[in-house]
Design a protein around this ligand. Structure first.
Ligand code: SF4
Length: 117
């Protein structure tokens, strides 16, 4: 297994994330090489990174991207989450105002994307 796979595995094992300044030490590589691997994994969308401070030192908290998170986009119309998620109403989609409004947002978003291309 290559160093990138090892890095991703180690990140995935740390469910709450791992600090970048601990990551390279655990992998027994230098910090510059670790930064390059992290940048590549970020670009591939396999991890997320946010600024963090540990014992006064600036670093990053690295987390593996969960497949569920990627799929959230399918439930969003702009900033509007699907009304069906967790809905407990007696479902009648053909007369549901919340669903109609959400679908209209989907259309607006699609129109906006088409206008950009
Ligand atoms: S269509 Fe309307 S009633 Fe049915 S699940 Fe979605 S939001 Fe709820």
């Amino acid at each position: 297994m290559g160093i990138e796979e090892d890095t991703l595995d180690l990140i995935k094992k740390n469910k709450d994330g791992i600090y970048q300044n601990a990551l390279w030490k655990e992998l027994d590589i230098d910090s510059r090489k670790c930064s390059r691997i992290v940048a590549k994994l970020l670009k591939e969308g396999k991890i997320t990174r946010e600024k963090a401070t540990v014992n006064g030192s600036n670093t990053y908290l690295i987390r593996a991207t969960s497949p569920e998170k990627k799929n959230f986009k399918l439930l969003l119309a702009g900033n509007m989450f699907s009304p069906c998620t967790g809905c407990r109403l007696a479902c009648q989609p053909e007369s549901c105002e919340a669903l109609t409004e959400w679908i209209l947002h989907l259309d607006e978003e699609k129109d906006g994307q088409e206008a950009k291309t």
